[in-house]
Every structure is written in C-alpha cells, then in structure tokens.
Design a protein around this ligand. Structure first.
Ligand code: AHR
Length: 636
C-alpha cells in the first residue's frame, strides 16, 4: 500500500481518542483583569434588523414613503382606487399620504406587513392612523381577505388641523401567519390616510417598542454594551442626507420622516430611533456605545473644514443621552419619556473610515478624528472614545497617527480557520492602545452559512481575546439579525420571519462566553497540545492544536471558568492538574455537533444547542468532544 492508500484506509476507521492534553492550573498565577464590558452586541439596521425585525411595527411602509422594494405591500380591498398624494399633508415630516376612493361601503386599503403579518389567537393588536375624515372599520384578515380574524370600529381622537388621529384595539380570534390589516371606509367616498401603525404587545410593554421574542434573545446574550446604529448604516451612500440622523428619529412616530437605507437598500421608518436604542440599552442593563458620522460615507465626503455642525450634532447626541434636565437636549429626552440620563458610555468616532488603501477619503480620517476627540473629551471627559483602524484586509491594523486614542475598533470577517490560527494574535501585540473587536464572525466575508465549525472558530478567537484581556477590552459579533425574506448579509446570528425565529450555534457561543466571563485571567502550562500529526495514525490533522483554552477566576477565587474548544474531528483527552487546591463540584455547559456543517434552521431550531451537566466532583480525566465548545464552572 502506498502512503495515500494507508491514509485513506485509516480515515475509514472510527476515529479514536488520540490527543492527550495536560493542563496545569495554579489559582495564584494571575493574569490581567477582565473588562467590565468584555462582551456586548452590535446592532445595525441591516437585513431588516429593525424594520420588519426587532422593531415591533407590523405595518410595512406605514407612511407611504417607501421605495421600489416596498411596492405592492399596500393593496385595495373591495371597490377602491388609490393614489399617493403629496399635498395637504399631516405635517412637514410627511412627504406623501394615501388617498383612496371607495365606490362601495366597506372598501379601502390593506397592508400585508413584512412578507405577511403574523397574528396569534387571543392576542391584542393596537392600531393607530391619521385621516382627514371618515368612519372606518379595521380588520385583521387572511391574505386573500376571505377570512376575518378581528374586526373593530375605529375611534376618532386628537385633531390637528384637517387631520384626526384614529385608533382601535383588535383581538384575534384565530392564528394566521399570512394575515393582512384592512382599513375599510364605512361609506363610499374619498379618504386620505397616513402613518398607519399596528403593534402587538412589546418587550417590557414599551410603547413604540420591540418584538418580544427577538428582544428576549438579545437579553439572553447578557450584553454589557450595545453598539449602534452601525456599521455602514451610520455612513450612508452618496450623501449624508440619507444616512442615519438621530435628531430625525425622535418624538411621535408621525413626526419622523424616515429615510431610504441606501446601504442595505430598503425604507426605514426610523420608528426605532435614537431614543429607542437608548431605551433598549436601559432595558438590557447594557452601556450604550453610539457611533457617529464624521462626514465620511460611502462615495461622499463633507469637506473637513465644514464639519463643525457635525461635531455639534455629536455633542447634542451626548447631551440628549446624559444631560440633566436644565439642558436643551436633556429636556427633550424627558419630554420623550425618560427624565433620568441614559448613561451613554462610549462614543465611536466614525465607522471603518480609516483604510490605508485607495479609498481616498480615509486619508482624511485622522484630522477629523482629532477634532471630534478634542470636542468630546473637553465637554465629556468621562466618556470613552473609540477610533477607527483598517477594517478590511489587515490582520494587525495599527493607529497610524500621533493623536491620543483610548481604544480602536478592529473588524474581522474571516474563515473559521483564520479564527483559530489567530488564537495567539494578540499575545505579541504592542500594548499602547486598547482594542475593541467591534465586528467579527467566522464567515469568510458574508458568503458562508453559519455552522458549528464557524461557531467553534469564533469561540477560539474569543478565547484568544480573553488570554489578552489587558488590551482586548470589548467585543461584539456581527451582524446579529436577518429577516429570511430579504437577506443582505447572509451570515448572522438570529434568523426570523414575521412568525418566528431561530438562532445559530454562534448565538450559543456568544451566550456561553458572556455568561462565564470571570474577573481575572489565570495562566496555565500545558503539554501534549500540538496536533499537527496524529501520532497514532500518522495522519496530519487540520488544526495546529488539539484544544484551545481560556481560564479565568471570579473575585473570591471560588469559581474557575475553564473554557475549552475542540475544532478537531475526534475526541481529545484532557487532564487538568490544579496546583495546591482540590476542586469541589463542577458544572459543564457544552455545545457540540456530529459534523462541522451542523447548524440550526426554522424546522430544527434546536439541532445544535447547549446542554448542561453537573458533577459532584471535578472529573480527573475529561473527554472533549469533536467540534465542541465547553465551559466548566469549577467550584472551590
Ligand atoms: O456588519 C456588516 C457591515 O460590515 C457593517 O455595516 C460594516 O461596518 C462592515 O463593513
């Protein structure tokens, strides 16, 4: 037999335990203290993360301002004609309203929501809209209108000039995943309506709030901070006009103009605005991290000598979040329902605006950065500012100027193999600034789908950050959300339609890491961890190490968090020696899968999900499963 034949034959044999790793852990051999903000989340309006996602609004294109992609969400019911009009509007925030002519009673318009509304039996839905006149009936119907699940006469309320606010409560008598909302005029006639909004019960019952199942998933990640609103979404395309502008996102929903999300190509109502982001942070007990536009976006730049107003805008945003009630923007926050400050903690100056490559405008980043930095630190020295470094194509970006910087934001969309090869990436980094891994995922730049293999890669990379917790102070996976009906960036963590959702193995890795941070790094020594050759079979294995680890300890040294990832296709033996101490009990949370390609889906949402075990005594010999991420909470 030649060598290839031997290898092939051996590959057919059942894989046995071949790795034999020993770790020696000394509770007194302490490394750096972990950050209070080690793991957080990055929320961006991408893939309908908010609109048709986390933001619980069920009506798509509620203000009749949408573009091509929203065409067809509004249809007629019964005998009616429609036209979008641009005169006689409710206010200056609106550019269009819907005029419909009903030639018969009980005719009107219907909205199918975001790829079909989902209504649940016995659930309550709150409807509001504005109209110039009329008596209406609102109904929740099946997509073709043949079934009615709820019907209510709409009440008239507040009056503003020609316009009146209408409202109704709809209680569904059946469940349907492809429902629509119908607004029917009780008499024939011509009607003008605008800002039609329908909400289910929301997370923490907040008005204008968030979808419960998705917000609960965010809470399940125990984020210590939330980075928002982007991402490219902060930058906009072609001009600043259609970038996220926080001041346009405040107040009653009818006063928000909304904007075209040019980066990810769909209309955004801005219903989930700056205030709602801050409220989300509050509800998650997470520190807000706000990313500001420095006048550099995709395909445009605002001249550096004309950005003073943008700096003022950033200072106003901070005042809105943190100012007391004597300040202009603090008062505005109170008016919007939150008198207490939101405690904005981090400000990121730009997003991905400092490439060393040919993107010419990046060369202007440093001079902008320092203007923002000085203005912010002068007025708010307690805030932590974050600078940009090369985001694409560099594995070890550096701060390429002499300006002071507290922390830099590095982004890595790479293959899972890169993630494990970079486990030691930060071991030899210069320690002259702190690092925030603001966006990362083992996805090969958005092309691959999330699997167990990618989740293991991400876990290993995170363990590498923990080993270097003195400089790696914060991290957030990206992107989080994707509505399956309109994928823009395919590799995400939480997938959904209007009815339900599922999470990937990456979600569980994020959760396991965040739940088991610990207070201080513990150093260890090891042997037997080189896996380039399988000594039993002479087969070269793919991973340079059998196992990848991180060890941390809590404040009173009563719990050690031992994290172990095995990216290999075979089980590995692990023996842990504890210097001078005897562990008591131990709990294990483990995420594993039979194949590297394994993942979850809407049909099998829990195919790969963590399992927990308790041991009365820490096991002398451990067997670490193939393709697994494990967290041992060892009690002393
Ligand atoms: O997370 C998706 C995108 O990747 C972000 O908008 C951007 O910052 C990065 O390029």
């Amino acid at each position: 037999m030649n060598r290839q034949t031997i290898i092939s034959a051996l590959c057919c044999l059942p894989l046995t335990v071949v790795g034999q790793v020993t770790m020696n852990i000394d509770l007194n051999d302490r490394g750096p203290t972990m950050s209070d903000y080690q793991y957080g989340i990055f929320y961006e309006e991408i893939n309908h993360a908010g609109e048709g996602g986390l933001y619980a609004e069920m009506v798509c294109d509620r203000s009749f301002e949408g573009g091509e992609r929203e065409n067809g969400v509004w249809t007629t019911v019964g005998s009616a004609d429609t036209a979008r009009v641009s005169e006689g509007l409710l206010n200056n925030a609106q550019r269009h309203a819907m005029r419909f002519t009903a030639t018969h009673p009980m005719s009107g318009i219907a909205n199918r929501g975001f790829w079909g509304m989902s209504v649940e039996r016995d659930s309550i839905y709150e409807l509001t809209f504005w109209a110039t006149k009329g008596a209406f009936t609102a109904q929740l119907q099946s997509a073709d209108g043949s079934l009615t699940f709820a019907s209510a006469e709409v009440k008239q309320g507040e009056r503003r000039g020609e316009w009146r606010k209408y409202s109704a409560t709809l209680k569904a008598n059946a469940s349907c995943n492809d429902a629509r909302l119908a607004l029917l005029a009780r008499k024939a006639g011509r009607y003008t309506v605008d800002v039609v909004s329908l909400f289910p019960g929301t997370f923490r019952n907040r008005p204008n709030g968030l979808r419960r199942d998705l917000a609960e998933r965010l809470a399940g990640l125990h984020p210590t901070f939330v980075r928002f609103p982007g991402g490219c979404y902060v930058e906009g395309v072609n001009s600043y006009d259609e970038a996220f502008q926080w001041k346009r996102t405040l107040g009653p929903i009818e006063e928000r103009p909304g904007h075209q999300n040019r980066n990810w190509n769909y209309w955004v109502s801005d219903g989930m605005g700056y205030h709602e982001f801050l409220q989300l942070c509050d509800d998650l007990n997470a520190a807000p991290l706000f990313v500001i536009n420095v006048g550099l976006g995709h395909e445009y730049q605002i001249p550096v000598d004309s950005i003073d107003w943008l700096i003022e805008d950033a200072l106003d945003a901070i005042e809105y979040a943190n100012g007391d009630l004597t300040t202009r923007w603090g008062k505005e926050r109170a008016k919007n329902g939150h008198p207490e400050p939101f405690n904005l903690k981090f400000i990121e100056i730009g997003n991905e605006n400092y490439q060393a490559d040919a993107r010419i405008h990046s060369q202007q980043y440093a001079e902008r950065y320092i203007k923002f930095y000085k203005a912010i630190k002068e007025r708010y020295p307690e805030l932590t500012t974050i600078g940009n470094v090369d985001s694409w194509g560099h594995d070890n970006p550096v701060w390429r100027n002499l300006h002071p910087v507290e922390m830099v934001d590095e982004h890595y969309y790479r293959w899972h193999t890169w993630m494990r090869e970079n486990y030691r990436k930060y071991d030899n980094r210069m320690r002259n600034f702190l690092i925030y891994n603001g966006e990362y995922a083992a996805n090969g730049e958005g092309k691959a789908l999330p699997t167990m293999e990618s989740a293991v890669g991400e876990a290993i990379y995170m363990m590498g950050m923990e080993r270097n917790a003195d400089i790696c102070r914060m991290a957030s996976f990206a992107p989080i959300f994707m509505n399956v009906n309109d994928p823009r960036w395919k590799y995400d963590m939480i997938y959904y339609d209007s009815q339900g959702h599922w999470v990937t193995p990456s979600y569980y890795v994020q959760q396991m890491m965040a739940e088991n941070v610990g207070r201080q790094v513990l150093r260890w020594t090891e042997s037997g961890n080189s896996a380039t050759v399988d000594s039993a079979t002479a087969v070269v294995v793919k991973s340079p190490q059998w196992l990848y680890q991180s060890v941390t300890v809590n404040d009173d040294a009563r719990t050690v968090y031992l994290k172990i990832a095995n990216p290999n296709d075979r089980e590995v033996s692990l023996e842990v020696n504890w210097s001078n101490v005897v562990p008591l009990s131990c709990e294990l949370t483990t995420l594993s899968a039979p194949t590297p390609e394994a993942t979850n889906s809407m049909e099998q949402p829990e195919a790969v999900s963590p399992r927990s075990f308790s041991y009365e005594k820490f096991p002398d010999k451990l067997k670490i499963k193939p393709y697994s991420v494990n967290v041992f909470r060892v009690r002393f």
